[in-house]
Ligand binder design. Structure first.
Ligand code: NAG
Ligand code: NAG
Length: 576
C-alpha cells in the first residue's frame, strides 16, 4: 500500500507530457506565424522601398559638369593638370549627335581597310612597321568627311598564338591609320574593329556629362525595427530633399544619400548598387548601338588582310615611306603575345609561374594588399586557386564583395583584397567596410615586403572625367607618401580592359569610357614609381573575346607579370 501514491504516476506523467507537447506545439506555431508575418511585412516593406526608390529618383539639372563641381575645389596646380589631362583626351568628331538619319552615320560594312603600300612587291621584316589605312563610309556607301569613330586594331596569328595591339590615328577626315610594329616571323593578320561610330561616341559623351545619375546607388538605414532605404550618389541635387553628407573627411571625396524620413543620417548600415536608369536614348540614338551592325563590328580589307613577316633585316638602311610621322604614335605597345605568352617590351622579361610552388616561393614573406574593383579581385581569386597553400581565411564577408583575406602561414604570406570606396556598384557593402584607397594606403606601414596592387576604373565610367581625376589625385598622393615613408614598397597598377558590349552595357560601361579613363590613369602615374600591368593591351592583343572579367588565359599572363615584378630575380622558368 505504501507504493499507492505512485500508482497513478504513469498516467499523471503522460498527462503532463502531452500537455507540454501541446503547449510547445502551440508556441512553435505561434513563432512560425510571427516569423512568417514579420517576413511578409519585411517583404512588403522591401517592395515599397524599391518602388519608392525608383519613384524618388532625383530630377537632375542636365547641365555639364554639374557633378564635377561638387566636392572640394582643386588647387590652382591641380586645375592646370586637370586642364592638361582633359585636353590630352579630347576626342575629335561631332560633339552633339544631331539626329541625322542612320544612313549618314558610320557603317563598318561599307568601310574598308588597306595594307600600305597597296602595290605588290613590298616585303616586311621583324622590326618594321606595318601600316594600314582605314576609310570609313556611311550606310549609303558615301565616304565620311569627319573623324571621331572609335576603332581598335590588332595584328595577330592564330597559328603562332601571337598578337599585338595597334595604334589608331584619326586623320579627322574619315581616314584612319593603324600602325603595328612587327615582332614575329611568319603570318600576321590585320583586324580592325569599329567599336562605336563617331555619332555614337557623341551620344556617350553627352551621357557622361549630363547623366551621372544613370547608375544610382542606395543605402539602408536601420534603427531597431525601423528601416528605410534611400537613393545615394556622388552628387544629388540639393534643392529637392534634405541630404545626408558622407563626404570623406580625409580626402574630401563627396558622397551623398537622401536623408531618410524618420531615421537620422548616422543610421546608415550599408551601400549597394541601386540600379540602372532606362530610356536614356531617343529612338534615333538607339539605332547607333546595334550589336552586329555598328557596335564592335569588324571592318573588311579591300585587298589582302595579312602579310608574311620575314626575319629582321641585316642591313640597317631602311627606306621609310611612312605617311605616319613617328611623333604621332603615342601608344607604343607594352608587349605582345607569342605562343600565347605575353612578352613585355619594357626590358623586363616575364617569368612563368606555372607551378604552385613557384608562386608560393615568389610571395614568401610578402603582404600583398589588393584594392579596387572586381578586376583586381580576380587576381586574388586566381592566386588562391592556383596556389592552394595560400588558403582563404573566412572573414564571413559577402560573396564577391569582401573584404577577403588568404594566408599561408608556413611561408608567411598574407593576401588581402578590399573594394574601393563609392561609387562602387557591388551588391551590398557594409558602411563599416566602405573605405577609400588613399585612406587605406595611409594606414600601411609598407616596406620591401609589402606589395600594393590597385585597379580602379570600371565604376567611374558613368561620371565626368573630373571625378576620376580627383580620385586618382588622392590615390597618387597617398602612393607618393607611402613610397617616401617606406621605400621598397612595390605598387602595381592594373589598367582598364576591353569588355563585351551590347547596347545597354555601352551606355554605362563602354570601352570608350574606359579608354578615356585609362589614358588619364597612365598620364597621372607616369612620373610615379609604380609598375603597370597593361590589361588594356593584354585583352586587345589576345584572340579570346573581350570580357569585363578577362578569361583565365589572360589573367594568368597578368599574374605572371605581377609576380615578375614582385620577384624579378626569381623568375621561375624564363621563356627565353
Ligand atoms: C547647373 O545647374 C545647377 C542647378 O540649377 C546650377 O546651380 C549650376 O550653376 C549649373 N551649372 C552650369 C555649369 O550651368
Ligand atoms: C558636405 O560636407 C563637406 C565636408 O564637411 C563640405 O565641404 C560640403 O560643403 C558638404 N556638402 C554640402 C552639400 O553641404
Amino acid at each position: 500500500m505504501c507504493r499507492n501514491p505512485f500508482k497513478y504516476a504513469p498516467v499523471f506523467l503522460c498527462l503532463v507530457v502531452s500537455g507540454l507537447i501541446f503547449v510547445l506545439r502551440n508556441i512553435h506555431s505561434v513563432e512560425n506565424w510571427n516569423c512568417h508575418t514579420i517576413s511578409s511585412l519585411y517583404h512588403i516593406q522591401k517592395r515599397i522601398h524599391s518602388s519608392l526608390l525608383r519613384a524618388n529618383l532625383p530630377t537632375f539639372h542636365h547641365n555639364r559638369t554639374y557633378c564635377a563641381h561638387l566636392g572640394q575645389k582643386p588647387s590652382p596646380e591641380d586645375e592646370v593638370e586637370e586642364r592638361y589631362l582633359l585636353d590630352s583626351i579630347a576626342w575629335p568628331g561631332p560633339t552633339l549627335y544631331s539626329p541625322t538619319a542612320l544612313r549618314q552615320t558610320s557603317d563598318p560594312v561599307h568601310s574598308l581597310f588597306t595594307i600600305l603600300p597597296s602595290k605588290e612587291g613590298r616585303e616586311w621584316h621583324v622590326g618594321d612597321q606595318l601600316e594600314v589605312l582605314v576609310q570609313i563610309h556611311d550606310f549609303q556607301g558615301r565616304p565620311k568627311r569627319y573623324g571621331g569613330d572609335f576603332l581598335v586594331a590588332r595584328l595577330h596569328s592564330k597559328e603562332l598564338g601571337a598578337g599585338v595591339a595597334g595604334e589608331v590615328l584619326d586623320h579627322k577626315n574619315g581616314f584612319y591609320s593603324a600602325v603595328f610594329p612587327l615582332f614575329w616571323v611568319g603570318p600576321a593578320q590585320v583586324e580592325i574593329t569599329l567599336v562605336h561610330s563617331s555619332e555614337a561616341v557623341a551620344v556617350l559623351r553627352r551621357l557622361r556629362e549630363e547623366r551621372p545619375d544613370r547608375v544610382f546607388f542606395k543605402s539602408v538605414f536601420r534603427l531597431g525595427f525601423l528601416s528605410e532605404t534611400t537613393v545615394c550618389n556622388l552628387c544629388l541635387p540639393s534643392d529637392q530633399e534634405p541630404l545626408c553628407n558622407y563626404t570623406d573627411l580625409h580626402t574630401g571625396e563627396p558622397w551623398y544619400c537622401y536623408k531618410p524620413k524618420m531615421l537620422s543620417c548616422d543610421t546608415r548600415i550599408n551601400h549597394a548598387k541601386g540600379g540602372y536608369l532606362k530610356h536614356l536614348l531617343t529612338n534615333n540614338e538607339a539605332l547607333l548601338f546595334q550589336s552586329g551592325v555598328n557596335l564592335k563590328v569588324q571592318i573588311h580589307a579591300s585587298g589582302p588582310d595579312r602579310v608574311n613577316v620575314l626575319p629582321p633585316r641585316k642591313d640597317t638602311f631602311e627606306i621609310k615611306s611612312s605617311s605616319v610621322k613617328p611623333e604621332d604614335i603615342k601608344l607604343t605597345p607594352s608587349g605582345y603575345y607569342y605562343k600565347n605568352i605575353w612578352r613585355p617590351l619594357d626590358g623586363e622579361t616575364m617569368g612563368q609561374f606555372n607551378k604552385p610552388s613557384s608562386i608560393v616561393q615568389c610571395l614568401k614573406n610578402k603582404v600583398i594588399n589588393m584594392y579596387g574593383d572586381s578586376t583586381v579581385r580576380q587576381w586574388f581569386e586566381y592566386l588562391i586557386s592556383s596556389a592552394p597553400e595560400i588558403k582563404e581565411f573566412n572573414l564571413h564577408s559577402p560573396k564577391n564583395v569582401g573584404p577577403f583575406m588568404a594566408v599561408d602561414s608556413a611561408h608567411n604570406i598574407l593576401l588581402k583584397y578590399r573594394c574601393h570606396g563609392p561609387p562602387i556598384r557591388f551588391t551590398t557593402v557594409l558602411s563599416s567596410e566602405l573605405r577609400y584607397i588613399s585612406n587605406e594606403l595611409d594606414g600601411l606601414s609598407g616596406g620591401p615586403n609589402t606589395v600594393v596592387a590597385l585597379s580602379i576604373w570600371a565604376h567611374f565610367s558613368t561620371f565626368p572625367v573630373e571625378v576620376y581625376i580627383r580620385r586618382l589625385r588622392h590615390i597618387r598622393r597617398a602612393v607618393i607618401r607611402l613610397l617616401e615613408r617606406a621605400p621598397g614598397t612595390l605598387v602595381v597598377i592594373r589598367s582598364a580592359n576591353l569588355q563585351a558590349l551590347d547596347q545597354e552595357v555601352s551606355l554605362y560601361n563602354s570601352d570608350w569610357f574606359s579608354l578615356q579613363l585609362d589614358k588619364v590613369l597612365r598620364a597621372m602615374f607616369k612620373e610615379v614609381d609604380v609598375l603597370l600591368v597593361d590589361a588594356w593591351q593584354m585583352t586587345l592583343a589576345h584572340h579570346l573575346p573581350h570580357a569585363l572579367h578577362p578569361p583565365p588565359a589572360i589573367v594568368k599572363n597578368m599574374i605572371n607579370m605581377l609576380l615578375s615584378y614582385i620577384c624579378p630575380e626569381n623568375k621561375g622558368a624564363s621563356w627565353h
